[in-house]
Design a protein around this ligand. Structure first.
Ligand SMILES: Cc1cc2nc3c(=O)[nH]c(=O)nc-3n(C[C@H](O)[C@H](O)[C@H](O)COP(=O)(O)O)c2cc1C
Length: 222
C-alpha cells in the first residue's frame, strides 16, 4: 500500500467486527507511529492503550455512569469554539447530517440520533481503544504535534487492515478516564481513538465525507 492509498482509505470507522485487537497488535501499531514528527522532537504525547478485559471493565463503568450523566461531564477545554463561524459551522452541520443520512435518521428523530451519539461511549463496538493526553505545560504547537501523531497512527492502522475513529467525545469523560487509567493530574486528556477491524457491511461505514478543494484552503504565491 502506498501512502496516498492509505490517506484515501482512512475514514472514521464507526462499526467494527467482533474480532479482537490485543496488546500485541496495538504495540505493533504504536511502534510504527512513534516515528511521527514533533517540534524539537518533544514527542509530547502520552497514550493509554486499552483492550481485552480492561476495555470490558472500562466500558461497564462508563455504561453504569451513563445512567446518571448521558453527556458526560464538561470537557476541560472547549471542543469547538462558541458561535462557530462560516464556513466551519456549515461543514460541521453537513458532516453530522451526512452521517445520520447513512442510517436514515431524520432530524426529527432526536432519540435515534441520541442513540447513535451514545455509541461514542462504547467505542462503536471497537475491541481496543487509545486515550491521548498531553502535559499541561504544553502549548498550541505541541497539541498540533500530538494531532500529527494521531493521524500517523490512523494511517499505519490502515496498512494493518485496521480501522480507527478519533473521538473527541471522550473529552467529556475526564474523571472516569483519569481514574481508570491512573492518568496523573499533570496530564490533560485530549481525545480517544477506537481501533478495530471495520465492519464492511455497516451502512455508517459507507460514509465518505467531502473536503474543500485545495483552492478553497490554499493561497498560492508563485
Ligand atoms: C480529533 C478528532 C476528533 C473526532 N471526534 C469524533 C467523535 O467524538 N465522534 C465521532 O463520531 N467522530 C469524531 N471525529 C471524526 C470526524 O467527524 C471525521 O474525521 C470527519 O467528519 C471527516 O471524516 P473522515 O474521518 O471519515 O474522513 C473526530 C475526528 C478528529 C480528527
Amino acid at each position: 500500500m502506498d501512502v496516498a492509498d492509505a490517506i484515501y482509505k482512512r475514514i472514521s470507522v464507526r462499526a467494527f467486527l467482533d474480532k479482537p485487537v490485543g496488546e500485541e497488535t496495538l504495540r505493533k501499531l504504536l511502534d510504527t507511529a512513534r516515528w511521527a514528527p514533533s517540534g524539537g522532537n518533544l514527542q509530547p504525547w502520552h497514550v493509554y492503550a486499552v483492550s481485552g478485559n480492561a476495555l470490558k471493565r472500562f466500558k461497564a463503568e462508563v455504561a453504569a455512569n451513563m445512567q446518571e450523566r448521558p453527556f458526560g461531564e464538561d470537557s476541560e477545554f472547549p471542543i469547538y469554539p462558541e458561535d462557530l463561524k462560516e464556513p466551519y459551522r456549515s461543514r460541521r452541520f453537513k458532516c453530522g447530517e451526512d452521517m445520520y443520512a447513512t442510517m436514515d435518521l431524520k432530524r426529527e428523530d432526536k432519540a435515534g440520533r441520541m442513540r447513535q451519539f451514545v455509541k461514542n461511549y462504547e467505542f462503536f463496538g471497537a475491541p481496543a481503544a487509545l486515550f491521548f493526553a498531553i502535559d499541561r505545560q504544553m502549548g498550541l504547537g505541541q497539541w498540533a504535534h500530538m494531532g500529527m501523531y494521531m493521524q500517523t497512527i490512523c494511517l499505519a492502522a490502515v496498512e494493518m487492515g485496521l480501522g480507527t475513529c478519533m473521538q473527541e467525545a471522550w473529552a467529556r469523560q475526564p474523571t472516569l478516564i483519569r481514574t481508570f487509567t491512573g492518568m496523573p493530574e499533570e496530564l490533560r486528556l485530549y481525545c480517544a481513538m477506537a481501533v478495530g477491524y471495520p465492519d464492511p457491511e455497516a451502512p455508517i461505514n459507507k460514509l465518505r465525507t467531502d473536503r474543500a478543494t485545495v483552492g478553497e484552503t490554499t493561497t498560492f504565491l508563485s
